[in-house]
Design a protein around this ligand. Structure first.
Ligand SMILES: [Zn+2]
Ligand SMILES: [Zn+2]
Length: 382
């Protein structure tokens, strides 16, 4: 009996340890782990708001946004319409646990401009949804809806100084006859200063169209789960996808400032998607490279020690000024928290420093390029 209890405890512990991702702060900023898109029973989700809080704490997140559809009720007979309620329940549960909970909604028409989140709200109940025919369990829009009706919730988001982002562009109900995903409606949202971000990763899926959109329109990139059920089974083989926000302070205001400044990195599977400055900041924060003279059977070599100080695995391609020993093409996989020593051969005359040209093949700085950097390394004596 005792053995069984011990066995169960071990399994739970290892799961919890695996799910908490360690990523150091980068120079000048806190690295905050966040998920800005999720649902509960207060719209079409299937969990209670406190469940979202417990999941986030288990997964080591710093912040979550609760984003109910403001135009849909999944359980109208059981739960009165109140899109603030899930935020209120979650933020109360999170208070003593250090998790930041952000009030949001998902504006969810199935015609352009499609789904968008508005977060950092004061009131989630004041969003007009006159384009809807029926919001009870079936999502039915009016046939003769107007541009004004569709624009109304976005103007309310502007009124509340919300951060608005385009969710999962090209999702299933996108009208393929309309070959444009960034529509004239989106142009209008940009002109009005409403649209700020786009979900490049939704539910763990990388969306290259959204990535190109982020580049072209200079939008903040986000990686959200958009979870409706229990988070656990979907990501058991990897880790929960998350948006890393590089913030000046660990607070709602700090996160909002970081999002508006586009300082994010998206972490899902073994990949990072970030703009060049954030990719560089993250790479510099999580790696340490040192080098030392080495004598191997009277052959002068340089021993290079590479350390990964995070749980993000690194797929590197390293070019040095000499030839690597036993490292074809300079390809090196550096696992979470791993240190590896590699050797440069045939160094007839020791230099003071060497430059390593590194491509981080699992860091995407745009849809077509991996992050590259040149790292000068001082050579220590034997
Ligand atoms: Zn959606
Ligand atoms: Zn959603």
């Amino acid at each position: 009996m005792l053995a069984v209890v011990l066995f169960c405890t071990t399994v739970q512990l290892s799961f919890a340890q695996k799910k908490k991702i360690e990523i150091p702060n980068i120079e000048g900023y806190y690295t905050l782990k966040a998920d800005f898109h999720m649902h509960t029973v207060f719209s079409d989700g299937h969990v209670w708001p406190t469940f979202r809080v417990n999941e986030a704490i288990r997964d080591g997140l710093d912040a979550i946004a609760i984003t109910e559809h403001m135009d849909y009720e999944g359980f109208p007979d059981e739960i009165a319409r109140d899109y603030n309620k899930s935020y209120e329940i979650a933020s109360k549960a999170a208070q003593i646990k250090g998790l930041i909970v952000i009030r949001g909604v998902e504006i969810s028409p199935r015609v352009p401009p499609y789904h968008h989140n508005a977060i950092f709200l004061k009131d989630a109940n004041s969003f007009p949804f006159d384009y809807m025919e029926n919001t009870h369990q079936k999502f039915i829009m009016k046939k003769d809806l107007t541009h004004e009706q569709l624009m109304a919730p976005f103007l309310e988001a502007l009124n509340q100084d919300a951060f608005v982002s385009y969710n999962h562009p090209s999702f299933g109900w996108w009208d393929k006859k309309d070959t444009v995903l960034f529509t004239s409606f989106h142009e209008e949202l940009l002109e009005k200063g409403i649209l700020k971000g786009v979900e490049v990763v939704n539910s763990g899926r990388y969306n290259i169209i959204a990535h190109r959109m982020a580049m072209e329109y200079n939008l903040t990139m986000l990686c959200n789960t958009d979870e409706h059920y229990d988070m656990y089974p979907r990501y058991v083989e990897s880790h929960r996808p998350m948006t890393l926000v590089f913030a000046k302070e660990k607070s709602q205001q700090g996160i909002k400032e970081g999002l508006l400044a586009r300082r994010t990195a998206l972490y899902f599977d073994d990949l990072i998607v970030a703009r060049e400055p954030e990719a560089r900041g993250l790479f510099n924060a999580i790696t340490k490279i040192t080098a030392q003279k080495k004598n191997s059977k009277d052959e002068q070599q340089i021993a290079v020690l590479i350390e990964n100080k995070s749980d993000i695995p690194l797929q590197l391609k390293i070019k040095g000024p000499y030839d690597w020993e036993n490292l074809p093409l300079g390809n090196l996989e550096l696992g979470a928290q791993q240190q590896l020593e590699i050797f440069l051969k045939a160094v007839w005359k020791y230099p003071e420093t060497i430059n390593l040209e590194i491509e981080v093949q699992n860091f995407l700085v745009d849809p077509d390029h991996a992050f590259r950097t040149s790292v000068p390394v001082f050579i220590d004596e034997l």
